[in-house]
Design a protein around this ligand. Structure first.
Ligand SMILES: [Zn+2]
Length: 314
């Protein structure tokens, strides 16, 4: 291998400087606290290089990516760039796949107004249940990918450390892992896009807000309710609280008003109602989400991807 392009090395130093600045500002309480920069190794599973404007990279007329000292690289575009990019980061992930990620500036869009409001319950029996009665399961392609990942991880665990076979098994497991992560991200993205498009206001329990955080940016109301709201104990029709029910009870009849209640849908309706309260009266367990609060959450999340993640059992 030859030497790296000058501009990239300089950029690495500038990035390191920014990282240290952010780290020390965090210690002084001037911004959210974060960890110190870590050393990178050429043996790391993930490798990345960033080309900024002065690194003389460009997109050719043929749609290839032309990089200094590397030359033209064929790109399979996932979407058209909305404006001229200011920098590009080329990443090689643990599954040995290469990605080019561009920085572009765009105006935040606004969606047309919608009449409906939705509450979402993320239970154990379904991926999500909406207050309008829709029950959403995780798709088969995701379940199949998860199964394959488990198999590859089992195979990896019985290979001797440092052996060639372990190296091969590691790559296979990494590929399976990447496929699961992609499938899940894709599914979350489709689902949250649909929910945001169809509803003017969205409410869900506190523990699952990440994926819908972008709601606030497209002209939608977004509410979350506290975790301790007993959404499964209260009748969504008359409001009577008739106590906890064991998990195997999926449907019951309200002792007070006689309504037949589906456990998940009832919970989703209660989530919507709890958030509705936040608009008129103010309750301690009901509060709207402030958008800046998402920053720290994104920082603590494993891969920084905005997804409906962090739900127990997923
Ligand atoms: Zn009732």
């Amino acid at each position: 291998m030859g030497t790296a392009p000058t501009a990239c090395v300089q950029q690495s130093l500038r990035d390191l400087d920014t990282a240290y600045r952010n780290f020390f500002d965090g210690l002084k309480g001037r911004r959210p606290r974060r960890g110190a920069p870590r050393f990178k190794s050429r043996k790391d599973n993930r490798q990345a290089v960033r080309f900024t404007a002065n690194a003389r990279w460009k997109i050719t007329t043929g749609g290839d990516l032309s990089l200094p000292k590397i030359g033209d690289v064929r790109v399979k575009w996932s979407r058209a760039l909305p404006s001229a990019p200011s920098s590009v980061t080329v990443v090689k992930d643990a599954a040995c796949r290469y990605f080019a990620s561009f920085v572009v500036e765009t105006e935040p869009g606004t969606l047309p107004d919608s009449e409906s409001v939705v509450g979402i319950d993320l239970g154990l029996s379904h991926f999500a249940v909406l207050s309008d009665g829709t029950k959403i399961d995780s798709p088969r392609f995701l379940r199949r990918a998860e199964k394959k990942l488990k198999r590859e991880q089992r195979r990896l665990s019985c290979k001797a450390k440092g052996s060639n076979n372990r190296g091969k098994a590691r790559l296979k497991a990494a590929r399976a892992h990447a496929r699961v992560a992609d499938a899940r991200r894709e599914f979350h993205h489709q689902l949250s896009t649909r929910i945001i498009r169809d509803n003017q206001a969205i409410a869900l329990e506190d523990l699952a807000v990440k994926g819908l955080a972008r709601t606030a940016k497209v002209g939608r109301g977004f509410h979350r309710i506290g975790r301790f709201e007993p959404t499964s104990q209260v009748c969504s029709q008359c409001g009577v609280k008739d106590g906890p029910k064991p998990l195997h009870v999926r449907v019951w009849t309200c002792g007070a008003c006689g309504a037949v209640l589906d456990r998940d849908i009832n919970a989703a309706v209660n989530v919507a109602k709890a958030a509705g309260l936040a608009v008129s009266a103010c309750g301690a367990q009901v509060r709207p989400v402030l958008v800046p609060a998402q920053r720290s959450e994104a920082g603590t999340h494993r891969d920084g991807q905005p997804t409906v993640a962090g739900i127990p059992g997923l």
